[in-house]
Design a protein around this ligand. Sequence first.
Ligand code: URA
Ligand code: SF4
Length: 205
Amino acid sequence: RPGAQRWVPEHADVAALASAVHDCRGCELWRPATQAVFSAGPADATVMLVGEQPGDHEDQEGEPFVGPAGRVLDDALREAGLDGAYLTNAVKHFRFTERGKRRLHRTPDVAHVRACLPWLTAELAVVRPRVVVALGAIAGRAVLGRPVRIGAERGQVLDAADGAEHRVVLTTHPSAVLRLRGTPDYAEAFAALVADLRLAARTGR
Ligand code: URA
Ligand code: SF4
């Protein structure tokens, strides 16, 4: 796998990156996907949220976090008082398996995260956030460059690797919270997500 680097334009702003990502062939995930999904939110945001990869809805609409997990995230952001964040994903194409008419999410491999990383690196260079919130373990690996355990490392402000200026907050992926809806564990999981986002909002100020 060659990785995305040769498709990432140098000295590009977010709009130019978002346009160039549609040509990326840095791994095989572009082929079955409908389109690449880049980011949403202002390029001068102090808080950057990084998800795993676009889901079924995002793949079809071309926007991050517009499906059911995105609604959980929006609710949590509102409750945390965190607005104006920049939203993106570690991997820009939807990975799935077809099951009849349904397209089921498949977790990206470490190789996909590595291949796609030049896009996130370019976004960090342009946006220069004060804090990056990694939503789930895949995003955490992309952001910190090492395996992470969300349960053990959430709720703290971490240093990024290699002397980067931003700090890092790890939290659960909103899809993991969504999966608990209708169970007794939902309220606690949602509240923990909100608490981590509040910590990020404070750190971004
Ligand atoms: N889950 C993600 O990680 N990202 C999205 O954009 C949507 C769902
Ligand atoms: Fe390029 Fe990332 Fe899409 Fe792979 S997932 S083709 S590296 S944009």
